[in-house]
Design a protein around this ligand. Structure first.
Ligand SMILES: *Cc1c(COP(=O)(O)O)cnc(C)c1O
Length: 494
């Protein structure tokens, strides 16, 4: 089978996996999607594999056949010994909910699952394509992508990385993690604007004719580390299979039983990866997408209408403070019968009027598989407290959105399918909120970490130990309107 990728907006020639990784985004502004049927995998065969081998089997279905050895090599480098714990994604129990902890990587972010691998996919792709230009990676971040991408790409030959984060739009821990980043090819820039501003400027940069000319002149090209890159999406499929097999190993389910997945969602890359897993043979009943007060996804899954004309809230679950949920475009493409013309018309409407509505048939397909809900800030705090008091499990603010939405869904639907809740952050990433939720007291961030650890006994992730004392190395702050000129001046230095 010829495994090629096209754009969700239909106006890009077919390219192969390596080109898709390097290019990052469709050259018509759409997102790259596999132009082939996803391969069904044999559950029994996969169920006994370790994480590296499982990742190899899953990911290599997306590359040309001869690429499997390369993928295996990349997976060993990303997920091999020392970089993650023995069980890469531990699955724990909080009452009757199974919590898959995705935060045991290099930066204590769930993004590590993909961003530990992406640089290796990038270098192998550059090699396959005999590309000798430097690649400049751009990433907009609502917190965790930035750090995970910096850590992944630091000192990788042939690459440099620029990370844009909204000032005041990320947690103090996340900011400190980023601005203390070492590496000879990294830059971290604070933006006076919100996450959507940063993300849209980065998207615009890819299509900017002037930048293109400058980059050609300086023998450099742009790529993306955001979940618009298929290299971010595909590695995330693995932990759905892995979590499922963990439940089998723990004798909670039998191979073949259906489960639900509940996913705290922002850009929707995580949840979409789960849907890919389902289409590759994983027995999934429903996906439940959880949001915070920025509940645009909740409304979309309830009505089929995506309406970005609404207020943007800064919440205590900031990684999900998003109104433009990029990966939804991929879901809509699949659910509309891979109709790029239709998707393009929706995205044009979104751009012009801030709103689009999918047709009835597409919506019916979506509603059949996806449920959604959201929690406001007070509910997030209440949920953290209730979960801790009743189960002893310590949730972060994002995972709390998932937990609360799941409980509501179970109550309303009566659905008793066993459910895996994906935990996207350690509680120590948002210690002030978590501490306040349980003990009612507002503490300074570092004091909150210490006290939380003292009182709950939950271990502080290694990447966050001693973070307070790391020197600030990145102090650049610019306006959102200066992002493109900034990128240009960076190119001109190359
Ligand atoms: C990125 C992130 C999310 C959202 O994931 P998407 O794949 O963008 O939907 C949720 N929680 C945390 C903590 C994150 O860092």
């Amino acid at each position: 089978m010829n495994k090629t990728y096209i754009s969700t907006r239909n106006q890009q020639d077919e390219i192969n996996f390596y080109q898709a990784i390097v290019q990052g985004i469709g050259n018509d502004g759409g997102l790259l999607v596999p132009n082939f049927e996803l391969q069904k995998l044999d559950l029994k065969q996969l169920s006994t594999l370790n994480y590296v081998d499982l990742a190899t089997e899953v990911i290599s279905t997306f590359v040309p056949e001869e690429g499997k050895a390369l993928i295996n090599d990349a997976c060993k480098k990303a997920y091999g010994s020392g970089l993650f714990p023995e069980v890469v994604v531990p699955v724990k129990k909080a009452g009757d909910v199974y919590v898959a902890e995705l935060f045991h990587g290099q930066t204590a972010a769930f993004k590590d699952m993909a961003l530990s691998l992406l640089p290796h996919l990038m270098t192998l792709s550059l090699k396959q394509l005999k590309e000798d230009r430097e690649v400049m990676i751009l990433a907009a971040t609502s917190g965790d992508t930035g750090k995970a991408a910096l850590e992944g790409f630091k000192n990788v030959p042939g690459t440099c990385i620029k990370v844009f984060y909204p000032l005041d739009g990320v947690s103090s821990i996340q900011q400190q993690q980023m601005v203390s980043q070492t590496g000879n090819n990294v830059k971290v820039i604070g933006i006076k604007g919100n996450f959507d501003d940063a993300q849209s400027a980065v998207k615009v940069a890819f299509g900017d004719e002037n930048l293109k000319a400058v980059s050609d002149q300086h023998h450099v090209f742009l790529s993306s580390a955001n979940s618009i890159n298929v290299g971010r999406l595909i590695p995330q499929i693995v932990y759905y299979f892995h979590s499922y097999f963990e439940l089998v190993r723990q004798n909670e389910i039998q191979l073949g039983d259906q489960v639900n997945f509940c996913v705290p969602s922002g850009n929707f890359g995580n949840c979409l990866a789960g849907w890919f897993a389902k289409n590759m043979g994983l027995p999934v009943n429903k996906f439940i997408a959880a949001s915070n007060k920025n509940n645009i996804l909740t409304d979309f899954f309830a009505t089929g209408k995506y309406d970005a004309n609404r207020e943007f809230y800064k919440t205590n679950a900031p990684a999900m403070d998003i109104l433009v949920s990029s990966n939804l475009e991929r879901l809509v493409w699949f659910m509309s019968g891979k109709d790029g013309g239709k998707v393009k018309s929706y995205m044009d409407k979104l751009k012009e009027n801030g709103v689009y509505e999918v047709d009835d048939e597409t919506f019916a397909r979506i509603q059949d598989q996806f449920k959604a809900g959201y929690l406001n800030e007070q509910q997030v705090l209440d949920t953290i407290k209730e979960c801790y008091n009743t189960t002893g499990y310590l949730l972060d603010t994002h995972t709390a959105c998932g937990y609360g939405v799941l409980k509501e869904y179970q109550k309303a639907s009566g659905d008793q399918t066993k459910t895996v809740l994906l935990s996207t952050a350690s509680p120590y990433k948002f210690p002030e909120s978590v501490y306040q939720a349980i003990y009612g007291e507002t503490l300074d961030v570092y004091e909150a970490i210490e006290k939380l650890n003292e009182k709950t006994g939950v271990e502080i992730p290694q990447p966050l130990v001693g973070i307070k004392d790391r020197p600030v190395l990145h102090k650049t702050h610019i306006d959102k309107s200066e992002i493109i000129p900034f990128i240009q001046s960076e190119m001109e230095k190359m």
